[in-house]
Write a protein that binds this ligand. Structure first.
Ligand code: HEC
Length: 119
């Protein structure tokens, strides 16, 4: 009887751990998807106006294509900083300072960063 209880609670714990692991994976994936939607939305990031990004259509070509971001930005925070305020790195850039000018919220900048970092 005791043994059975132990086994069943062990199974329950294992089940919970799996559910938790599963939901964190799902969260990361949906953050990337949401970031992609924000990046491609003409009223939000509108990154495609200037950048070629995989999966985007009718992209502009006045800025470098967004690819290999993990190689370009080993430090993810530097990528977030670029999206938050591109004028910090280049005062003459035409890229809008999305965070500083409240074009995107903090959470939106995080999601766009997650998406861009996955490219
Ligand atoms: C109006 C045009 C424009 C828009 C819109 C724009 N960018 Fe940019 N972006 C640029 C330009 C131009 C550069 C080149 C660097 C510079 O100007 O300092 C750049 C550079 C970058 C870089 C650095 C690329 C590298 O290889 O170092 C990233 C990352 C980036 N943009 C992300 C984004 C994201 C994400 C969005 C949308 C949320 C976006 N940009 C929207 C014009 C734009």
């Amino acid at each position: 009887m005791m043994m059975r209880k132990l086994i069943s609670s062990g199974v329950a714990v294992a089940g919970m751990v799996m559910v938790m692991a599963g939901s964190s994976v799902a969260m990361a994936a949906s953050s990337i998807d949401e970031g992609k939607a924000i990046a491609f939305d003409k009223k939000k990031g509108n990154c495609l106006a200037c950048h070629r990004i995989e999966g985007g259509r009718m992209a502009g070509d006045i800025a470098p294509p967004i690819l290999l971001m993990k190689v370009r930005y080993p430090d993810k925070k530097a990528l977030r900083d670029q999206i938050w305020d591109a004028t910090a790195a280049n005062p003459n850039t035409v890229m809008p300072p999305f965070g500083r000018h409240h074009i995107l919220s903090d959470a939106e900048v995080d999601k766009v960063t997650d998406f861009i970092y996955s490219l």
